[in-house]
Design a binder for this molecule. Structure first.
Ligand code: SF4
Length: 478
């Protein structure tokens, strides 16, 4: 078992052992999960290079003398890109030990090991990553000691080194309703989550626990990103109110240091209601929108997912955030094995009634439940029987809906929304197409849409969703 406590002493000495950290994709964010380990490893005297495949290509010169190549997989799409990139990385860094780390690494451990990955790490993994590098430097081998794949001990966080990554303005930015944009920094105030939503990829790794990044580290990280031009900060915490006191402190610190900088965060419906009294202060401190994983408006499905909120709680959260002057950007798992055509139309109707059509990226209305290895859904009696065999290409268990019309609709909507986005159609126009297709699938008249469907809200230029197919462009980076 590796030591997981205490800061690492800086060695100071130059060391030729080279570590290459690779980010396949992280929603257009400049990844904390590369910048922070890079800083720790540099303090240990390692030579560290980073490659962000969302903006850079695999560079043979950077990889050829690497002793360790570590790929960060914080999301499903990133894992699929990593799996496809691994054979090329093995060619280019033939002598390197391979490591894959991040939320999606432990659940795909068997597959990754089959692809030649020597070390798989998840959770609060920085101490294990440093220890791995030390062993490789000292012995030329990782000497695996039956160490755990998932680590939840304390990390001695240091200020991330963002100089190793492409410049901030190249990443996703905030788009305001008037079309103007803001350079956006990405900060993490916590990792993991204290909740156990059954479909959530955080749960199999963190198992109901969360860990905070110290406020001074977050503040310094924000400071360096503001000095690089950021005027908006997107907090990547799975839930900003897992520790509401910590979240509020981060917001206050940000506003006190940079009153002109706005921010967004992700907060679950239950927390928006339980901590409603904090919302006005979030707004005063610069919060312009909150992403919330609503997932469904059907209480039966919400119970299946163990979301701990009801359909009516969603309405309440919309009202509370509106009262506080903060836009709400709900996200959905629009297609599940329990979704009916009528239920899908009910979701669209609710968005119309709540005037949220402009607040939901159309892709959210095509998302199909993903069941990765380790999902808590697999623990539900009878659920496995609804699934097909694990598909290594999908990195999940495919499922078919008992009503084939639901699957056809999901497939057609996915293709249609992709086309609409290529054509640059506005959200309300895409929604009108979705509305029509859903009613046609049910073979019922298509009601006319209301005049007012809501107003555009601030948003990030890359919409939040974790399970997209890797694009051709992404696959061409190696
Ligand atoms: S869906 Fe959100 S609240 Fe639920 S476990 Fe995941 S991160 Fe936590």
């Amino acid at each position: 078992m590796l030591s997981q406590a205490g800061p690492f002493p800086a060695s100071g000495a130059a060391d030729p052992f080279k570590v290459v950290l690779i980010n396949p994709y992280e929603l257009g964010r400049q990844p904390f999960a590369l910048a922070e380990p890079a800083a720790l490893l540099k303090r240990e005297g390692f030579a560290v290079a980073c490659l962000d495949l969302s903006l850079q290509k695999l560079d043979p010169e950077i990889l050829e003398d690497a002793g360790l190549v570590a790929l960060y997989v914080g999301m499903h799409t990133a894992t699929r890109i990593a799996v496809q990139a691994l054979p090329r990385i093995k060619q280019l860094a033939a002598a390197a030990h391979l490591c894959v780390y991040g939320l999606y690494a432990p659940m795909n451990e068997a597959l990754l090991r089959g692809l030649g990955v020597g070390t798989v790490l998840g959770g609060e993994l920085e101490p294990a990553l440093v220890s791995l590098c030390r062993r490789l430097r000292a012995n030329g081998t990782a000497m695996t000691l039956n160490e755990p794949v998932i680590h939840l001990g304390k990390v001695p966080f240091v200020m991330p080194d963002r100089s190793v990554l492409p410049k901030l303005p190249r990443y996703a930015h905030l788009v305001l309703p008037d079309g103007s944009t803001r350079v956006t920094g990405f900060a993490e105030g916590s990792r993991g989550c204290k909740h156990l939503c059954r479909h959530c990829p955080v749960v199999p790794v963190y198992q109901g626990k969360f860990r905070i990044v110290p406020a001074n580290v977050v503040a310094e990280d924000i400071r360096q990103q503001v000095s690089e031009g950021a005027t908006h900060i997107s907090f990547g915490d799975p839930d900003f109110f897992n520790g509401p006191t910590h979240g509020l402190r981060l917001a206050r610190d940000l506003h006190a240091a940079f009153p002109h900088v706005t921010f967004d965060a992700t907060i679950k419906i239950q927390h928006l209601i339980d901590h409603a009294e904090l919302l006005p202060e979030l707004r005063q401190n610069g919060c312009v929108f909150i992403t919330s994983a609503v997932e469904a408006v059907d209480d039966h499905i919400l119970r299946r997912l163990d979301k701990n909120h009801t359909s009516r709680d969603f309405d309440r959260a919309v009202a509370l955030t509106r009262e506080a002057g903060i836009a709400l950007a709900p996200t959905f798992v629009s297609f599940t094995p329990w979704t009916t055509l009528e239920g899908y139309i009910a979701l669209l109707e609710r968005l119309v009634v709540l005037q949220l059509v402009e607040s939901v990226p159309p892709v959210q209305l095509t998302i199909r439940l993903l069941v990765p290895e380790g999902s808590y859904l697999l623990r539900q009696p009878g659920f496995r029987q609804m699934l097909q065999a694990f598909d290594p290409a999908l990195l999940g268990y495919p499922w078919r809906h008992p009503d084939p019309r639901v699957d056809y609709l999901q497939r057609d909507l996915q293709a249609r929304v992709a086309r609409c986005e290529d054509e640059g159609l506005a959200r309300r126009e895409v929604f009108a197409a979705i509305w029509r297709m859903a009613h046609e699938a049910l073979e019922c008249p298509v009601p006319e849409l209301a005049e007012h469907l809501g107003s555009p809200i601030p948003r990030l230029s890359e919409p939040w969703y974790c399970c997209a197919e890797p694009t051709e462009e992404q696959l061409q980076s190696f």
